[in-house]
Design a protein around this ligand. Structure first.
Ligand code: NAD
Length: 354
């Protein structure tokens, strides 16, 4: 990897912290985590990397242009990996404002700061600089029963979250095409794994199951997602940093399409095995009203990433889910305070709340 000094925005989040751990364990890069530390941040998730003297942390908002300019001038990175975002669809339905501010305006300000910084770089440093923007397959909207998204799929976002991510992707491409900033975009499917904030389907189901609480499933649970283990995604992002071409986008998928109800039932079986009770965990499943604008199916064709980035997902959903359930069982001291003090598992994203 050419990049020796890397800024990871959102590096205290679920995916960002996986990237930071991977950079610590598998590279010699110096890393600066830039994160506003919202409710979703997990500083504990990168503390293992922090022990190294190659790590620094700046609490800052990517939407603060002055702070971003100062940060770049002082740290002098070879690359920026932008993972800072508001990321939960249900919260975007209840309150789109933070999503517009961070995902759209924040990305814009970060691009402006990056452009100023990049223009001052000389010679090789200017050519080698990379801005990698991390996005989602949700920008493509919903698939029917057939077909998969790829890099040529037209954008058609359904939720305030996916619309804000789509806007940010367009800004990144525009800053490349108009100003020449060496930027690229990655779009990936739903991630799962350790340190995921317990509002998303998989950790919420595991934790509710461990507490004997109901396991909410939206609608009939027939929505399909293409599950990608977070470490496979982090590996893909480092490949995009090393081999990705400016102006391009790359799609990462887990080749693991599952209906939500199947994911929940698989977790129930694992909970029956790991923490047997006098009832089957599947008895806790409770079908609840569907999410407004809920996309039916996402699936990704990762052929371009395989061809040009030499990447493919390595973890199967079966082994990944088993490891993830085991991780939440072993790390109660991390999620229990979040559960008690930050988010108790209540339903979010119903239109009545707007
Ligand atoms: P996350 O919510 O776990 O973490 C986001 C991090 O960004 C948090 O640490 C938060 O404090 C930080 N942040 C938020 N606003 C900020 C701001 N204005 N300035 C600086 N930091 C800010 O999200 P995640 O799941 O790790 O997702 C990371 C990226 O990957 C996002 O761009 C998301 O859209 C994308 N993505 C996520 C998934 C998924 O399944 N989780 C799938 C596809 C794409």
């Amino acid at each position: 990897m050419n990049a020796k000094r890397i800024v990871v925005t959102g590096g205290a989040g679920f995916i960002g912290s996986a990237v930071v751990r991977m950079l610590a364990e598998e590279t010699h890069a110096s890393v600066l985590v830039v994160d506003k530390l919202t409710y979703a941040a997990n500083p504990a998730a990168w503390r293992s990397a922090e022990r190294s003297n190659r790590y620094g942390f700046l609490k800052a908002d990517i939407g603060d242009l002055g702070a971003m300019r100062d940060m770049l001038a002082h740290f002098k990175p070879d690359a920026i990996l932008n993972l800072a975002a508001e990321s939960h669809v249900d919260r975007s339905i209840d309150g789109p404002d933070d999503f517009i501010q961070t995902n759209v305006v924040g990305t814009y300000q970060l691009l402006q700061a990056a452009l100023d910084y990049w223009r001052r770089l000389q010679g090789g440093a200017n050519d080698d600089f990379r801005f990698v923007h991390v996005s989602t397959d949700e920008v493509f909207g919903s698939l029917g029963p057939e077909g998969r998204f790829n890099e040529t799929t037209a954008y058609d976002p359904s939720s305030p979250y996916s619309a804000s991510k789509a806007a940010s992707d367009h800004l990144v491409h525009a800053w490349h095409r108009t100003y020449g900033l060496p930027a690229l975009v990655t779009n990936c499917s739903n991630n799962y794994g350790p340190w995921q904030f317990p509002e998303k389907l998989i950790p919420l189901t595991i934790i509710n199951g461990l507490e004997g609480a109901k396991l909410p499933v939206y609608g009939q649970g027939l929505n399909v997602r293409d599950w990608l283990h977070v470490e496979d995604h982090a590996r893909g992002l480092l490949k995009a940093l090393a081999l990705g071409r400016p102006g391009e986008c790359y799609c990462f998928g887990g080749s693991a399409e599952r209906r939500n109800i199947d994911v929940v039932e698989s977790i129930c079986k694992l909970l029956d095995e790991f923490t047997p009770k006098n009832y089957a965990h599947r008895e806790l499943i409770s079908f609840v009203p569907d999410r407004p604008g809920h996309d039916l199916r996402y699936a990704i064709d990762s052929a371009k990433a395989t061809k040009y980035l030499q990447w493919r997902a390595q973890e199967s959903i079966e082994s990944g889910l088993r490891k993830t359930v085991a991780w939440y069982l072993d790390n109660r001291e991390w999620w229990q305070p979040i559960r008690n003090e930050v988010y108790r598992g209540q339903r979010l994203g119903q239109l009545a709340a707007v």
